[in-house]
Design a protein. Sequence first.
Length: 57
Amino acid sequence: MSTPSEHLSEEPQEERGAPGSRDTGSDQPSAGPADRPSGTYQGDEAVPAHDEADSTG
């Protein structure tokens, strides 16, 4: 069993498969449309920015 600090070498490309073998080769998404409307969500403006979070007190 390996330890978290032990460095493991990367396997060679020929063991991983051909370059791009995990994707379809297409530049277009293939999952179809998302089940949500495009644009911003009503209410996004209510989320404070990091620099505004500590200004209350």
